[in-house]
Ligand binder design. Structure first.
Ligand code: SF4
Length: 381
C-alpha cells in the first residue's frame, strides 16, 4: 500500500479572524494549518516572559502564539515582515533568536510585504516546495477572497450588535455564520457561504429605531483587528449602542500592499491617506500613522459621530500620530478618543473612558440635531 506523504504543519499568529483565511489557503496548498488557541492571558504571559520589556504589544502576542503553536506540534511558524521605519522589520530576527534561545525547533518563514503579489507568490512557493503556478494562483485567490468576505461579515456584525435586543445574540450568530466560511473547500463556494453567514447574523432580533452612534476605529492595524489586545472594543461599544467601522481592515491593507493595480478599483486607503493627511502629515512615517491622521479627516467628512484611535504602548509611528492629533483637533470638529493598550491595561478604567466618550458623542449629536431643527423652524418663518 502506498504510504501517504505527511503534510507539513504551518502556523500564523492570530489577528481577528485572519486564521480562517490562512487555513483555507493552506489547505488549498496541501499544507496543514495548525491554529493555536486564540490569543489569551496565557499567550500574553508566555510572550511577555520572553520579550524585551519595551517592545510593542503585538510582538509579545505573536511570540506567545508561536510558542503555543510549537508546543502543539507545528513544523513552521509564518510571519509577515516589512523593512522600514517601525519595529515590524525587526520582529523576524528577534522572534527567531527568542525561539532558538528557548530551544524550539520550528522553522521560521516570512512573507515580505514590500514585494507585493510577488512576495506572496514566493512565500507560497517556498512553503509547498515547488513552482506550481496554478496551485499558487488558486491559493492566493481563496486567501484574498476569504479576507474580503470576513471583512464584510464583521461589518454586518457591527450593524446588528449595536441594535440587538438580547445582548450577545449578534456575536453568537456571527460565530455560527463563520462556520460556513470555515467549511469552504473551493473559492467558488465562498459566495454561497457568505450569503448563509449573513443570513445567520440577520436572525438577530434588533430594534431598528434604536438611537445608534456611528464611530470609526483607527490605529495600529494589529490592535484595531485583534480582539484580545483591544479588549474587544467593538463588542463593548456595541453594548452601548455604537456601530463601529474599522478604518483599517485586512482587505484595505491587501489593496495597498498585495493586489496589483489592474485588479483594484478606485482610491485605496493609502492613496486617500496621502491626500487627506495633508497638511498635518506629508509623508509615510511607518506603521499606520499616515492612515490614522487621514482617518480623522475622513471620519469628519463622512459625518461620523466620533473616531477612536487605538495604539500599542511604545508604538513609534502611533506616538507620532498622537502628537499630531492636537493640530488636527484645532481645525476639525469631531470627537476623538485615543487609547493606548499594553499588558497592564485594566478593563474597568478602559470601559469608564469608553462610556464617557459615548456620553459626550450622544450629547453632541442631540445638540446638533436640535440646532438643525431650530434652523429649519426659522427658515419656515
Ligand atoms: S506599527 Fe507600532 S506596534 Fe506595530 S510593529 Fe510597528 S512599532 Fe510595533
Amino acid at each position: 500500500m502506498k504510504k501517504e506523504k505527511k503534510k507539513i504543519k504551518v502556523s500564523f499568529p492570530h489577528m481577528g479572524t485572519i486564521s480562517i483565511a490562512w487555513a483555507l489557503a493552506l489547505k488549498k496548498m496541501g499544507v496543514e494549518p495548525l491554529i493555536p488557541p486564540y490569543t489569551n492571558k496565557k499567550t500574553l504571559s508566555l510572550g511577555t516572559k520572553h520579550s524585551p520589556e519595551a517592545i510593542c504589544l503585538p510582538y509579545k502576542l505573536i511570540l506567545g502564539n508561536f510558542i503555543e503553536a510549537i508546543e502543539a506540534g507545528t513544523d513552521y511558524v509564518a510571519m509577515i515582515t516589512s523593512p522600514g521605519i517601525c519595529r515590524l522589520g525587526e520582529y523576524g530576527t528577534n522572534i527567531q533568536t527568542a525561539l532558538k534561545d528557548m530551544g524550539y525547533e520550528a522553522k521560521y518563514i516570512e512573507l515580505s510585504l514590500y514585494d507585493g503579489i510577488k512576495g506572496l507568490y514566493n512565500f507560497i512557493r517556498k512553503l509547498i516546495g515547488k513552482n506550481d503556478v496554478i496551485l499558487i494562483a488558486k491559493s492566493i485567490n481563496i486567501l484574498i477572497r476569504t479576507i474580503f468576505v470576513l471583512d464584510d461579515l464583521e461589518t454586518t456584525l457591527s450593524y446588528y450588535r449595536a441594535r440587538e435586543l438580547n445582548p450577545g445574540d449578534a456575536e453568537r450568530n456571527f460565530k455560527k455564520g463563520l462556520k460556513y466560511i470555515v467549511d469552504v473547500k473551493h473559492s467558488r463556494e465562498l459566495k454561497e457561504a457568505k450569503r448563509k453567514a449573513i443570513a445567520e447574523i440577520a436572525k438577530t432580533k434588533i430594534d431598528k429605531d434604536r438611537e445608534v452612534l456611528n464611530v470609526d476605529i483607527t490605529g495600529e492595524i494589529f490592535v484595531v483587528l485583534d480582539y484580545f489586545s483591544n479588549q474587544n472594543i467593538e463588542r463593548e461599544l456595541g453594548k452601548m449602542g455604537v456601530q463601529t467601522r474599522r478604518s483599517l481592515t485586512v482587505g484595505s491593507f491587501l489593496k495597498d500592499a498585495i493586489i496589483p493595480k489592474i485588479f483594484r478599483n478606485g482610491e485605496t486607503h493609502l492613496q486617500r491617506a496621502f491626500r487627506m493627511a495633508k497638511p498635518y502629515l506629508m509623508r509615510d512615517i511607518g506603521g499606520d500613522a499616515l492612515e490614522c491622521v487621514s482617518d480623522v479627516a475622513y471620519a469628519q467628512e463622512k459625518g461620523k459621530d466620533g473616531i477612536i484611535h487605538i495604539s500599542p504602548f511604545t508604538c513609534m509611528p502611533e506616538i507620532m500620530s498622537q502628537n499630531i492629533f492636537p493640530s488636527v483637533r484645532e481645525d476639525l470638529d469631531i470627537p476623538l478618543l485615543t487609547l493606548i493598550m499594553d499588558e497592564q491595561t485594566g478593563k474597568v478604567g478602559y470601559i469608564t473612558r469608553l462610556e464617557a466618550f459615548v456620553d459626550l458623542m450622544r450629547r453632541r449629536k442631540r445638540k446638533l440635531e436640535h440646532q438643525k431643527a431650530s434652523e429649519k423652524e426659522v427658515e419656515k418663518v
